[in-house]
Design a protein. Structure first.
Length: 70
């Protein structure tokens, strides 16, 4: 066996998972002028009524991180 580090060849999903474990940060949702929430993980979400917390959202349904409203 060689001593060459091949960790850079890991899949993007594995690298993302490792980074998420190392830096647990919230997913921030910001309401735009149309009433649609833009997520920190580059998605959009709209509610018929109320805010994420008023609708029982504690975690982002896209990335799974803790949800923060701004």
């Amino acid at each position: 066996m060689s001593d060459i580090d091949l960790s850079y060849l890991a899949s993007p999903a594995a690298l993302f998972a490792a980074q998420a474990r190392e830096t647990p940060r919230p997913c921030t949702w910001i309401e735009n002028e149309d009433g649609v929430y833009e997520t920190n993980c580059d998605n959009l979400f709209a509610f018929n009524d109320g805010t994420p917390s008023e609708n029982g959202f504690a975690f982002c349904p896209y990335c799974g991180r803790e949800l923060r409203e701004q």
